[in-house]
Design a protein around this ligand. Structure first.
Ligand SMILES: NC(=O)C1=CN([C@@H]2O[C@H](COP(=O)(O)OP(=O)(O)OC[C@H]3O[C@@H](n4cnc5c(N)ncnc54)[C@H](O)[C@@H]3O)[C@@H](O)[C@H]2O)[C@@H](O)CC1
Ligand SMILES: Nc1ncnc2c1ncn2[C@@H]1O[C@H](COP(=O)(O)OP(=O)(O)O)[C@@H](O)[C@H]1O
Length: 540
């Protein structure tokens, strides 16, 4: 182990097996790291208790502990809290807790319950303040076993929502998860069984996939990654979550003009959904497109030009196409037009530069399966932007009749897998919308980008995102064209991630009202993009 090996990766997750293998040479035969982990958990617990009830003295704490090191961390944290004056009970889900940790907890005054289930009941009856969830950590597989599940069941009953859709908040106690909420799919973010939603998670060394991939990550609360001095695994992560790095946003200089900034060709809007044309055009214009060329029915053109006179309703060269926001799949001539442009982007026609970058959204997505079945293949510069229902429809269409099906529920319960599969089948970069939004590209780690507030999930919000994506892709494509080359996934994913971050931040800024969050409409998001741009550039 070199002296310079990193010991903290706050934006990246590796598989549990690699994390365990990287730690093993250092953790064997010492409890030093467990004590450091417990110290961090206790500090976070004290912070939660301070927020929840103004202090730790006399607070009622329930420690749920399993038989692994995660349970041992939790028992040691329980001991630290008992020493700070908390009334701490421990409910064990095992007959074999790590003996050293159990002994230290008992010695510090932690009550080890003879009947763990009664201890949980007693905590609830007494109006307990804080639960430490240390049932399982990265050593777990599958859903919680019955003994552990029985301990969280009464606590779940006091948590808003159904077991699968349960959310922290609105309950009389706080939950602090140790390393990850027990029962989550450690490496895939699925929910194989019940999980107690956490208000906060203290995790060690690096993120875990369960903390970045939905649906599990929505049950983690605020996530804090703590440096224990243990090495980060080597090799590529499985998930990256870009939140701190400054995104790659262009900054035009004196030599730039509208063509060097990138022209977006926009095929959006229809008689049925005219507003989508305006929202996508606004997203593109606000996100710095040098020019937006609109291809749309007359009604849409009129609407767009009345609000955005800078949009050009004439054909011409463009660096990136945005296809499908608000287009009507039932409009046959329009479908032919979209198919022609899409084929050109996939390298089969002359309407657009072969292999040109494209955002393939909404009404353009149903055209894809047929093109792929005829031998068409996307590249990483082709961005599919489905929501869960659209992803299910495209996956099913690609699988063909009579093959195992994806439906919306399956995509929502394992969106990481769905995005990767769609990317494998098409060769495209897949941006699966939702909170968080996932970006999958062949041969790359999944990228998980936090979405804006729930208010950003409003009609037309995705149209604005498609426009933003088009502008950033067109800007980047100027350099790719100059080099006469198709970009690699490693170049496209950061552009897509930057667009999602802009959209999320714009949604957050637009909905912020005096420290609280209020309803917004999609155009508010487009209007807030310049402020979001400045905030991201400033690194705030
Ligand atoms: N090794 C060390 O010194 C360190 C370990 N750390 C902690 O240790 C954890 C990993 O420890 P372990 O490898 O012991 O693994 P865990 O503590 O995650 O889990 C293994 C235990 O859980 C049980 N288990 C597995 N699947 C289960 C399920 N579905 N339902 C109920 N119980 C289940 C196993 O029988 C075993 O008792 C990390 O998550 C982290 O919290 C950290 O403290 C860093 C230092
Ligand atoms: N709960 C949520 N929190 C934050 N953003 C969300 C949420 N739900 C959806 N979004 C975002 O809102 C947008 C909705 O896009 P989409 O479903 O295509 O809607 P539309 O077709 O009406 O534009 C996406 O960017 C998505 O990530």
């Amino acid at each position: 182990m070199g002296a310079m090996s990193p010991t903290l990766a706050a934006d990246e997750a590796w598989p549990a097996a690699l994390i365990a293998a990287a730690e093993a040479p250092l953790t064997a035969g010492t409890d030093r790291y467990m004590r450091a982990a417990a110290h961090a958990v206790a500090a976070a617990a004290l912070h939660e208790l301070g927020e929840h009830r103004g202090g730790a003295a006399g607070a009622r704490v329930l420690a749920l502990a399993g038989g692994g090191h995660n349970g041992a961390d939790t028992l040691l944290a329980a001991a630290a809290l008992a020493r700070r004056g908390c009334a701490v009970s421990a409910a064990l889900a095992t007959d074999h807790p790590l003996p050293g940790a159990l002994h230290r907890a008992r010695a510090a005054g932690v009550r080890i319950a003879d009947s763990p289930r009664e201890a949980v009941g007693g905590f609830l009856e007494a109006g307990g303040d804080l639960v430490l969830d240390g049932l399982t950590g990265i050593g777990a597989s599958g859903g919680l076993r019955p003994r552990a599940a029985a301990l969280i069941a009464p606590l779940l009953d006091r948590t808003a929502g159904s077991a699968a859709g349960a959310r922290a908040g609105g309950r009389p106690f706080r939950v602090l998860a140790v390393d990850l909420p027990s029962g989550t799919g450690v490496d895939d973010g699925t929910l194989p069984g019940p999980v107690l939603p956490a208000d906060r998670t203290v995790t060690f060394t690096c993120l875990k996939a369960a903390l970045c991939l939905p649906p599990a990550c929505r049950l983690a609360g605020r996530v804090e990654v703590v440096d224990l001095g243990l090495p980060v695994p080597q090799g590529p992560p499985i998930v990256v979550r870009p939140t701190r790095s400054r995104p790659a946003l262009p900054s035009p200089g004196p030599e730039d003009h509208k063509y060097t900034r990138g022209v977006v060709g926009l095929w959006a809007g229809s008689e049925s959904y005219p507003g989508a044309g305006l929202l996508a055009a606004s997203g593109a214009a606000r996100a710095g497109a040098g020019m937006v060329r609109l291809h749309a029915p007359r009604r849409v053109e009129d609407l767009v030009l009345a609000a955005r006179p800078e949009v050009v309703p004439a054909p011409g060269r463009c660096q990136a196409a945005v296809l499908g926001p608000g287009t009507d799949p039932a409009d046959a001539p329009r479908a032919v037009e979209l198919r022609t442009v899409l084929s050109a982007c996939l390298g089969e026609g002359a309407a657009l530069r072969a292999g040109a970058p494209a955002v393939i959204d909404a009404g353009a997505l149903p055209l894809l399966a047929d093109l792929v079945a005829r031998g068409g293949r996307c590249g990483p510069q082709h961005l599919l932007t489905p929501h869960a229902g659209e992803a299910a429809a495209v996956l099913s269409a690609l699988a063909g009749a009579g093959r195992p099906d994806w439906d919306r529920t399956r995509v929502e319960s394992d969106p990481g897998r769905a995005a990767l599969r769609l990317s494998e089948l098409t060769g495209a970069t897949v941006l699966l919308k939702g909170s968080p939004t996932l970006i999958a590209s062949p041969g790359r780690p999944l990228c998980s980008v936090p979405a804006g507030p729930g208010w950003a999930g409003t009609a037309g919000s995705g149209d604005v995102l498609a426009g933003i994506l088009g502008a950033l892709l067109a800007g980047a494509a100027v350099a790719w064209e100059e080099g006469d080359r198709a970009p690699g996934a490693h170049e496209v994913v950061p552009v897509a991630a930057a667009a999602v971050r802009l959209h999320s931040r714009a949604g957050r800024l637009a909905s912020a009202q005096g420290g609280l969050s209020a309803p917004i409409v999609a155009m508010d998001i487009a209007d807030a993009v310049p402020r979001a741009w400045a905030a991201l550039l400033a690194g705030s």
